[in-house]
Design a protein around this ligand. Structure first.
Ligand SMILES: [Zn+2]
Length: 321
């Protein structure tokens, strides 16, 4: 058996509902695991077929042939030429519907999620927070992926974490749409390791390769930052600000106010311009060493009324004590 039952079900599911597994296709897989999936409601047996396709090139004019039991054999008889009769096995008459909701539940459990998956849009499920702190989504059909509003729906559900979506193979245009939105995409064919545990998503495939190595590392002991491999030793004040910004970014992608920086740096009241001066010195040091954040924009940014923040993804930042 070259293909495993699980891979077959995942592949059949990419056709969307109703996803049907015909008995003839299921035959090599009948057995213990098949029965378990029937029991779990992932597979639902349909009423057995009582008719069959007409034989090829038939001139009988019928849409289908009734299946008859003749001498203990199941036969789809041709009304014109009995040499065209088809002898069927009992399994040929069976068919199974793949219940996508139950299949998603099976995948969630096998992948270590404890909460019930939630459907955020037709055919798109949220599984929960995956290792490496990413919101994980699963979709089976291309149509589900192309639905308008998908990306904003993922963002709303994704608990402000970086997002990974496991979905069918997509054309380049759709891949770009995800890349531009900062969403990591993995195909169903890649996400489930063929040799791994049945229905378990391979955690390694959920992280984009670029963020496995952090872009920015802060090393406290040496008062040093490393960005994209370039090192810079900072004066104590500058380093403390960077640490505070990095910690806040990792914790909740948050902003840091002037007052918070002041409190963090100095025990007593200081001149009103002190924080501004400290930030200016830090920025000067970063710029002078060409240390920049996303899209080549300044690394330390300031939004009026919101505060200061690091212009990097939280997943790209690492703290070393
Ligand atoms: Zn015929």
């Amino acid at each position: 058996m070259t293909e495993r039952l699980h891979n077959l079900l995942l592949r059949q599911s990419e056709a969307g509902e109703p996803a049907i597994l015909w008995g003839r296709l299921a035959k090599p897989f009948l057995g213990k695991e098949f029965d378990r999936l029937l029991h779990r409601g992932v597979l639902i047996e349909e009423t057995p077929a009582d008719d069959w396709d007409v034989c090829s090139d038939c001139e009988c004019g019928h849409d289908s042939r009734r299946i008859q039991r003749i001498d203990g054999k199941l036969i789809a008889a041709c009304p014109i030429d009995h040499r065209s009769d088809t002898v069927l096995e009992p399994e040929d008459l069976r068919s199974f519907r793949i219940n996508l909701k139950s299949l998603v539940r099976e995948i969630a459990v096998a992948s270590g999620f404890t909460a019930e998956p939630t459907q955020v849009m037709p055919g798109v499920w949220y599984l929960g927070v995956a290792p490496a702190k990413r919101g994980l989504f699963l979709a089976f059909t291309r149509n589900n992926i192309l639905a308008p509003g998908l990306i904003s729906s993922l963002r709303t559900t994704g608990e402000k974490l970086p997002i990974t979506i496991v979905a069918p193979a997509l054309p380049v245009g759709d891949l770009l749409r995800f890349a531009e939105a900062g969403i990591h995409y993995t195909s169903i064919a890649d996400a489930f390791s063929p040799a791994g545990t049945a229905f378990a998503i391979d955690a390694e495939k959920l992280v984009p390769p670029s963020s496995i190595a952090a872009r920015l590392t802060l090393i406290r002991e040496q008062s040093k930052i490393v960005l994209d491999g370039r090192e810079l030793k900072l004066p104590p004040t500058g380093f403390k600000i960077m640490w505070l910004l990095a910690e806040t970014a990792i914790r909740d992608n948050g902003r840091v106010s002037s007052q918070q920086i002041e409190k963090h740096l100095w025990a007593s009241t200081v001149l009103r311009t002190a924080v501004g001066d400290a930030i200016r010195n830090l920025r000067k040091a970063l710029d002078g060493n060409d240390m920049r954040g996303k899209h080549g924009d300044p690394l330390v940014q300031n939004l009026t009324a919101q505060g200061y923040f690091l212009n990097l993804e939280a997943a790209d930042i690492r703290l070393v004590n």
